[in-house]
Write a protein that binds this ligand. Structure first.
Ligand SMILES: Cc1ncc(COP(=O)(O)O)c(C=O)c1O
Length: 454
């Protein structure tokens, strides 16, 4: 190995601490050193290419290092790099807010910028909470969320999370909130099947609302797919019924579109597929096409107006971040929206979506694959020890990790979610790319299956 990389990797070992990583896993092996990226590929220190099959944690939209985004960033840096956003404004923030309002349902009129997916959700939770305080409904202090839901790693968003694998050490810190069953059809708690489903998993919500609506602010949910919880795709009808119930009981609905926004599910936002008008929409990841951190929490005029009063009334929303509405990140987001139009991204990707959603079922041939599910540019394979009994692998087998390691040999970055292997592809993926990715992924899963069978 080139001595420069050797030294850098030993400095990494000495000083870095990586997210969601047991550093002991790298006691002997090196971390994958990524030197550059272009389009759908990442390249390591030896210039070996890897398909970025998970869009670098679901944020890359138009491929890596898009020239239009690069130009937008450099142009912006000639003009304005950063300015605090309390009592000041700038052109990019105004234009992006206008565009986001135009792209979302007509009840949405207001945009609050922050930095990442967690803060987008945290802002929605805090706004909902303070809305009820500001209008005098002080007893409304609780939230509802779903098992297998994920909204971030801040203490506020962990408390409404449903992924103990990520958050269990912190449970003593969580505020009291309500958790309802997930519409996880493959492992339906009511032993039903999609064909005969009567949405029994919504009954606990209805019961809860009947009993306790007066103390509930909002429900937070990822529309159409619970992403970090295991790429759990659920029926649209579930979301429509859930939204109706909340409306009936006058509870805010927060759509966390951090993972689903910007074309991932086949429409620009997932909410378009259900015709629901939530009270809050949380955006991040794909907002800047994955180039710089930025987030937005969108809401309604009614909610905004509950904070609008004389200063001394104490109704101001006291929340902000140093980089709120950072002009460079905003320039990136505006460029990305233009690329969507210029490259006709959503239409262009349609045949690739059809191919992915059709071909994914081929993976059911493998004994190790218990379930396949998908929507838009996402397909997921849940690996099981026993297909008939839907029995999971014991955690010490680390089947997902095995797939990840084998994937690297094939030039794929297949970072798993526990035992769920998934593809979440950039919108620039072509049919040719997809065919190669599917073939290689199949080979990797088959290889792990054979290894486990001894
Ligand atoms: C649906 C959803 N919400 C929130 C977040 C948190 O975003 P971030 O990691 O940018 O804080 C994620 C991250 O994966 C997510 O998928």
């Amino acid at each position: 190995m080139d001595s420069r990389y050797k030294e850098l990797l030993s400095l990494d070992r000495a000083h870095l601490w990586h997210p969601y990583t047991q550093m002991k896993d790298f006691e002997k092996d090196d971390l994958l050193f990524i030197k550059r990226a272009k389009g759908i590929f990442l390249y390591d220190k030896d210039d070996k290419s890897y398909y970025d099959t998970i869009s670098s944690w679901w944020c890359i939209i138009h491929g890596h290092c898009h020239p239009k985004i690069k130009k937008a960033i450099t142009n912006q840096l000639d003009l304005l790099d950063q300015v605090q956003f309390a009592a000041t404004t700038h052109e990019g923030a105004i234009l992006l807010a206008k565009k986001l309002v135009e792209l979302t349902p007509d009840n949405i009129t207001r945009v609050f910028f922050s930095d990442d997916g967690s803060t987008a959700c945290e802002v929605a939770l805090k706004m909902s909470f303070q809305y009820w305080q500001n209008i005098g409904k002080k007893e409304k202090q609780k939230f509802i969320s779903l098992h297998h839901g994920y909204h971030g790693d801040t203490i506020g968003t962990m408390a409404v999370g449903g992924t103990p694998g990520f958050h269990s050490p912190f449970e003593p810190l969580f505020y009291d909130s309500y958790h309802i069953p997930s519409p996880y059809c493959y492992r339906c708690s009511y032993n039903s099947s999609p064909e005969k489903c009567s949405f029994l998993c919504l009954e606990p919500l209805e019961k809860l609302l009947k009993q306790s609506a007066s103390e509930i602010c909002a429900l937070i949910i990822e529309p159409l797919i619970q992403a970090a919880g295991g790429m759990i795709v659920y029926p649209k009808e579930y979301l429509i019924r859930l939204a109706d119930l909340l409306k009936r009981y006058n509870i805010h609905l927060i759509f966390d579109e951090v993972a689903t926004g910007f074309g991932r599910t086949g429409s620009f936002f997932a909410l378009e597929q259900v015709g629901v008008k939530p009270d809050f929409i949380c955006l991040s990841k794909g907002l800047t096409a994955g180039c710089l951190p930025l987030a937005a929490t969108l809401t309604t005029e009614e909610i905004y107006q509950a904070f609008y009063d004389d200063y001394e009334k104490g109704k101001t929303f006291f929340h902000g971040h140093t980089f709120t509405a950072n002009p460079v990140a905003i320039a990136c987001a505006l460029a990305s929206l233009e690329i969507f139009k210029e490259e006709d991204s959503l239409n262009r990707v349609k045949p690739v979506i059809d191919m992915l959603q059709g071909e994914k079922y081929r993976f059911m041939d493998l004994d190790i694959v218990g379930d396949v599910r998908g929507i838009g540019m996402i397909a997921a394979f849940e690996l099981v020890k026993n297909k008939e009994k839907k029995e999971s692998f014991p955690s010490n087998i680390r089947v997902g990790w095995k797939v990840y390691k084998k994937g690297l040999n094939e030039g794929l970055i297949l970072r798993p979610l526990g035992d769920v292997i998934y593809l979440l592809l950039p919108l620039i993926t072509t049919e040719l790319d997809l065919s190669d990715i599917l073939e290689k992924t199949y080979k990797v899963l088959k290889g792990v299956q054979e290894e486990l069978n001894g």
